[in-house]
Design a protein around this ligand. Structure first.
Ligand SMILES: *Cc1c(COP(=O)(O)O)cnc(C)c1O
Length: 222
């Protein structure tokens, strides 16, 4: 199916998920994850109304941004090696994978202005997943207050790839509870309003549990 039709379908499903739990669809930001597709396909998504693009590699992001410009919001969603921070720091609007102090220190050093960051949390406990364990999150965010160019806009997680929707839902509920814990700290650089959760297989559950940014690749481009 063409990209435009896929986007329309997803927007419809977002509306349905929102109405199920009485949320306003305007609270949901749809990030088109373009890591597997060409610049041309990414351009089609923008033409279909997408205003957020997600990439997980520095080369991919820089290549696409060079051609698509800075009109869309650029999201870095993959695990970020410290030595690559300098390549992307002035090119991204959001980083979704802040998971260690050494990375925060490098972002802080390389950027001239506060960077909107999501703290990545491993809510499933799977070895293969990046992110802090849930019980590390609040102390980590408090430590981030030493870095003036880190702005904690929210938390991010990836649920396991499973058919068991209750397992997925538990991950999203956990992230929301942690977000509420961080918000309650009322730290100056951690408004922490946002929840980056939900991918092609699970974004409707994520929306039901409070997602504000969903990251979708396959369902837009396949
Ligand atoms: C690839 C990727 C996505 C999109 O996954 P799909 O299943 O293709 O929608 C979302 N988030 C992250 C961090 C990714 O790496």
């Amino acid at each position: 199916m063409p990209v435009q039709e896929n986007v329309a379908n997803i927007l419809h499903k977002i509306e349905q998920a929102c109405s199920k739990v009485n949320r306003n669809p305007e609270e949901i930001h749809l990030i088109a994850v373009t890591k597997y597709v060409t610049v041309e396909q990414a351009k089609e998504a923008i033409q279909a109304g997408i205003s957020h693009i997600g990439e997980n590699r520095d080369e991919g992001l820089l290549e696409k941004k060079a051609q698509l410009g800075s009109e869309p919001n650029w999201h870095f969603i993959g695990s970020l090696q410290t030595r690559k921070v300098k390549n992307i720091i002035n090119e991204v609007d959001y980083i979704h994978s802040l998971d260690r102090i050494s990375l925060a220190a490098e972002i802080n050093k390389r950027s001239d202005a506060p960077v909107k960051c999501f703290v990545q949390v491993n809510t499933s406990g799977e070895e293969s997943k990046h992110g802090l364990t849930p019980n590390e999150v609040t102390d980590f965010v408090k430590e981030l207050m030493d870095y003036k160019n880190i702005e904690v806009v929210g938390l991010m997680t990836m649920a396991p790839n499973t058919e068991q929707t209750e397992v997925i839902r538990e991950c999203f509920v956990k992230l929301r509870e942690l977000r509420n814990d961080v918000q309650a700290l009322q730290l100056p650089n951690a408004s922490c309003k946002e929840l980056s959760m939900g991918m092609s297989n699970d974004y409707e559950i994520a929306i039901e549990e409070g997602a504000t940014f969903i990251r979708i690749g396959t369902s837009i481009f396949a």
